[in-house]
Design a protein around this ligand. Sequence first.
Ligand SMILES: C[S@@+](CC[C@H](N)C(=O)[O-])C[C@H]1O[C@@H](n2cnc3c(N)ncnc32)[C@H](O)[C@@H]1O
Ligand code: SF4
Length: 422
Amino acid sequence: MSEAGVAKRPLLLYVNTPFCNSKCHFCDWVVKVPIGDLRLGPESEGRRGHLDALKIQIAEQGPVLSERYQPELMYWGGGTASILSPAEIETLHGALAGSFDMSGIVEATIESSPESLTLDKLTLLRGLGFNRISIGVQSFSDDRLRMIGRAHSAPMAEASIELARQAGFDNINIDLIVGFPDQDLAEVEQMMRHAAALPVNHYSIYAYRASEGTVLRRRLDRANAKTDLANQLKAYQLASDILTEAGHPEYTFAYFGNPICKADLAYYQMKLDWIGFGSGAFSVIEGRMKGFRAGKLHDYIAHPTEFDYDVPLSDGAQAGSLIGFALTTPEGVDAEVFRQRTGISLEAALELPEVKVYLDQLCQYGRLITDEAGIRFAREDIEKVYISMNWHEQPAEEATADADVSAKPVPVEIGLPATAPV
Ligand SMILES: C[S@@+](CC[C@H](N)C(=O)[O-])C[C@H]1O[C@@H](n2cnc3c(N)ncnc32)[C@H](O)[C@@H]1O
Ligand code: SF4
């Protein structure tokens, strides 16, 4: 309850770490982050500046939000949240705990890469209340990992799962990618059978997106090679069949297993507001989308409390993006929830030009069901719709680092994105 006796609303605390040990050749999350900034070490001025800026943003916005909100979920993502040093982790957690009542948090996830995990760090994270870990494994083939520019080997990935278990994590997700252009179904099958036998309970299976600005995309373009949609669909279905057989069925597009990831699902289903701290983070709060542009580390450090954009969710691009996320779930868009979050009816949103264009694209690949409750894709069409959307190119001006926030909605990225999907 707030002091005025009004029940507080649930909140998701998201913290973005815009740093990684490698700039992976496939990754479209950090394309806008210059490699020199991305790979800064813990003692660098940029890393220290980012942590100080986070403390300032949290100290200013936390107490105000705490009057109306009670955090229920926490997600530290990136980039790679787990590359933070133990000292950085403690400082950041202390800043959050100083401004928010963390006692109501039921799920706290840290996103990680295998090479950045040690037993000490994992034990510290468990001690601070993290009860879910997501590990970016991507593949169990050392050749594949080298080719895609990962900073770890397959044995290191398996060892990191073991370390997480030893530290007391019993809710473990691994990220895997299927559908690289040169990947045959035998490689997918081998990877998935191996994955299904590991002591993890949740899998995020991403169909490879050949995104502009990545090393792999440049390689593909030079070779005039194209990824093949039909093969990618087969690869995803094979992965899905193997996981289902092993007792980890898909509960929403790309996510398999149990317990579900409450943070991702809550966001997709527009269940709660979300505050994003850090360079590149965005918030969906009180009917508005606000945030900091990705790749602008030094601007964030200089002005951590001044959002780069702050637009209503009823704006066409934002409404389209929310609808796009919700349609990845079997439940789709709940008309009443949509109205409460955005202030406009779903009916009106569907008439906005940006939303229309985007939905028309999606509807080329699947059957959209519309009724009084809202809209959703036929369950069996969701993967086809969203995997097909990987193949839609953005017009050049939207793909630039300075793309206007009111630009058309673009194909949604699955997983908690580091940047606003604008
Ligand atoms: C923020 S990263 C995860 C954590 C950590 N940075 C790591 O890489 O280990 C998010 C995930 O998005 C997926 N991803 C990134 N770029 C992708 C692309 N172009 N196609 C498909 N999946 C991609 C990867 O599986 C990656 O693990
Ligand atoms: S996949 Fe992860 S580690 Fe690699 S560049 Fe992307 S965010 Fe960083």
